[in-house]
Design a protein around this ligand. Sequence first.
Ligand code: ARG
Length: 282
Amino acid sequence: MITVTSVLPRPVAATEPIARPRHYVMCRPEHFEVRYAINPWMRPGEPVDRERALAQWDALRRTYLDLGHRVDLIDPVPGLPDMVYAANGATVVGGMVLGARFRHAERAAEAAAHRAWFTAAGFPVVEPEFVNEGEGDLLAVGDVVLAGHGFRTDPLAHAEAAAVLGREVVPLTLVDPRFYHLDTAVAVLDDSTIAWLPAAFAPESQDVLRARFPDAVVADPADAAVLGLNAVSDGRHVVLPAQAVGLAAALAERGYTPVPVDLSELLKGGGGPKCCTLEVRS
Ligand code: ARG
């Protein structure tokens, strides 16, 4: 038998991506189910295997721990099946916590649970006036916060986020209901690089992203369609849905290390790795 080892050197990026240890908050999918539909991925009639969801989620948590990151847990609340998507619970930048306010009544009670968690952990917490779905729509990249609207977050929340978080906020209009949260259409790879799906944005928002991120990785629609952009990067390792093979290859070509995870059960709720992962930025 012949073992083929590649003799081609891996293309080296201009600067090797550097990992930074991260601090995440996650919520076990103990009460996960799909019993209402608030995005096009959710089909309440179709079965969900909660044991499998738990195992997939455990593997995601283990992946972060193995990469050397810190993972804190927020207690799941009975009756809040979407609470596993912890990224929506708050936005934390510079140690400041902007709480969430959900668009749909089904998720409204998650916001208070997150605020209570961060208050107990000693963080300053602001309860917002306008609808914002946390890191679903507010993504910190370097010194700025990219802010989606169009489906969930109220555009008026953008100025509120800028004031609370003390960062420039860049408003972006989402136009495709499959990519209803910004974190389904943009993956933050490091402090100055994103991967994204142009077609998920209004033309003027595409122009804004092209101007700000000329070196961005442009995702194939096929990878975005399995929520491949719902990825979590520590600057080097990019944890992404295993089904997004094209995106994984594109990231590897740029010097990143793709770390595929299978979250197929949680995809039934319309979420992937990033949705399950709230980053605490001190
Ligand atoms: N079922 C949830 C919802 O529609 C999924 C949230 C996914 N979270 C995310 N950060 N994109 O609200």
